[in-house]
Every structure is written in C-alpha cells, then in structure tokens.
Design a protein around this ligand. Structure first.
Ligand SMILES: [Mn+2]
Length: 327
C-alpha cells in the first residue's frame, strides 16, 4: 500500500486503546457528514467498541435510508466518553449544541477536509486535498485493516458522491474514482443511492426551485447570480431548510455566472449565505471568511447578522472585489 501520513496511525492507535466513542458532525448535516459519521461508527462497532452518533440537527429525509443501524441519539449533557471524533466539521462552533455536550472525554479527534478547519481538537487530521471526508474515513479503515462491509460501502460512497457533485467538481481526483470503484466492488448499491439522493426530491422542493428560477438575480456583467429564500417562501411551498441543498447549483450552472450565492433568511436579521465559485481564482472560502464563515475554495458559507439589504450589499460587494482581482 502507498505510504500514508503518520497521523492516521496515531488515530488508529487511539481508537484501538479506547472503548467508548461518540462521533459528532456539523449542524445541518449533509451526505458527506452523515456518511462519514455512520461509516466510521459501523467500523468501530465491528471492532467491539461502544459507539453513539450525535448531531444537533436531524438527518435530512433523503439520507434516512442510510440510518439502518439507528445509531443516532440526541446529545446528552455530561455523558462521558473515552473518545469523541468529529467528522467533516470545520470548526467547534459548527458542531452547534453538540459542542456543549462532549466536554466529558479523554481525547478529542478531528477528521476533516475543510481548508478553513480551525484545528480545535487534541488530534487533528485535516486534508484539504481530499474532496470529501468520506474518503478520509475510507483511508483510515484501509490503514487499520478493518473490513469494509456493504453497509459501510453504501455510507462512504454516499459521502464521496455527494461532496463531489457525483464526481464532477474540480476537487475530484483519480483517487476519488478508485475509492468509488472499490466501494462499489464492496457492495455499495449505486442505483439505490443515486435514486434516494438525487431522484427523490419532495414536491415542495420543486416548488422552491420554481421560485428560484423566477426570482434569481444577476449582476449587470452576469458573473454573479443570487437568490433569496425567505421564511414566507418556505411557508408557501411547504419546503424545509433541508430541502435547499443543491438549489444553488441551478444558478451556478448558468454559463456566464462565475459566482453563485444564496441568501437564506434564518431569522429576520440573521442570514445564511452559501457561495459557489466556478473559477479557481475566485476563492469563496476567503469571501466567506470575511463574514466569519468558511468552507472550501469553490464552496463555502457563513451566517451574517444584520438587515437583509445590508447583508446582500456587503456580500455582493465582496464577490465583486474578488472577481476584479481574478483573471
Ligand atoms: Mn464534506
């Protein structure tokens, strides 16, 4: 096998030495987060460990088929663990309420692929070259020589597939296809996963998409596209905040658009922004960082306090500035 970073050996050693684990992920968990958490959890269980999986927010409907072993529990304050492992979570704050419940632990491990990761744990394995956290978990299992069963293959394949936009984003590397191929070899059900994740949207989301297409805005040079999702849009369509994943891709996919942005009203004066860039000289992680957020160079986000109009002005101005300095 190829040489691997020592940090993986260290993490395998810590896992071997400990017995009780809690695997935590970020707020509003996505396919990569859930796939990484549950994939690792099943591997640890198979090694005879006691494992619970905690998130602040529930699993989105389209990923519920992955939760076959029902390992998710509600976070409990003061529960003791030998080891807490965070997957796919760029900062301690992104754990949300779970962060308040994991103080009673001997050691804290952070496995992630966000370039903005703040290295908040005792042991931090951060690999921004990797397009998904799922691929890191896959490498960990390989190094440890823990068997990858069919349910684990389903979980890790979902993680890799969702964070690469089905192996389309520029972050996708040859190794990503090798990982995908091996996971399918080990029984990942490609047809089932793709049907559940990409072909099973609720009608409410289609209604939200109608709103997106009729209301999106373009900058005069057509390089920036954005839309707003207000509480009234959710009420009107019956959609939930969970249903918004991927909506941004519809405006990102317009030909002259370089940067796409979604403004989502969380509270009257709190806006969540999501940013996507199609030009590697426009780093949206840096734009998000100006507003206290982060992510990846081509996909990032932040939560911003202030009136909707001032938030929109500031964000669009920051995007314009970044576009100006890019080629
Ligand atoms: Mn991820």
């Amino acid at each position: 096998m190829k040489k691997h970073p020592q940090i993986i050996d260290r993490i395998v050693e810590i896992i071997r030495e400990n017995q009780t684990f809690c695997i935590v992920g970020h707020m509003r968990p996505d396919g990569d987060c859930i796939g990484s958490q549950l994939g690792l959890a099943l591997a640890l269980q198979a090694e005879g460990k006691r494992v619970t999986v905690w998130n602040q927010d529930a699993i989105p409907q389209k990923y519920k088929f992955l939760n076959t072993s029902d390992l998710f529990e509600k976070p409990k304050r003061g529960e003791k663990f030998d080891c807490v492992i965070a997957t796919d979570c760029a900062s301690f704050e992104r754990l949300g309420k779970v962060g308040d419940c994991i103080g009673e632990r001997k050691i804290f491990i952070n496995i992630d692929h966000h370039v903005s990761n703040t290295r908040y744990a005792d042991v931090n394995w951060i690999s921004p070259r990797e397009p998904s956290c799922g691929e890191l978990i896959y490498r960990l299992l390989k190094v440890a020589r823990w068997p990858i069963t069919k349910p684990m293959a389903d979980l890790l394949f979902t993680a890799v597939s969702t964070d690469t936009g089905s192996f389309q984003y520029a972050s996708t590397r040859p190794g990503t296809f090798h990982t995908g191929a091996e996971l399918v070899t080990r029984g990942a059900n490609l047809a089932k996963i793709c049907d559940e994740v990409y072909q099973s949207y609720p009608l409410s989301r289609a209604k939200l998409l109608k709103h997106v297409y009729s209301k999106f805005r373009l900058s005069p040079d057509e390089k920036i596209a954005w839309f707003w999702l207000k509480q009234k849009d959710f009420n009107r369509t019956g959609a939930e905040s969970n249903d918004t994943e991927g909506l941004i891709d519809h405006i990102r996919a317009i030909e002259p658009v370089v940067v796409a942005c979604v403004f989502e009203e969380v509270e009257p004066e709190v806006t969540r922004i999501s940013l996507r860039s199609k030009n590697n000289q426009v780093n949206v992680n840096e734009i998000a960082a100006q507003f206290g957020g982060g992510g990846h160079p081509s996909a990032a986000g932040a939560r911003i306090a202030g009136t909707p109009l001032s938030t929109q002005r500031k964000v669009i101005a920051a995007i314009k500035k970044a576009l100006k300095t890019a080629k």
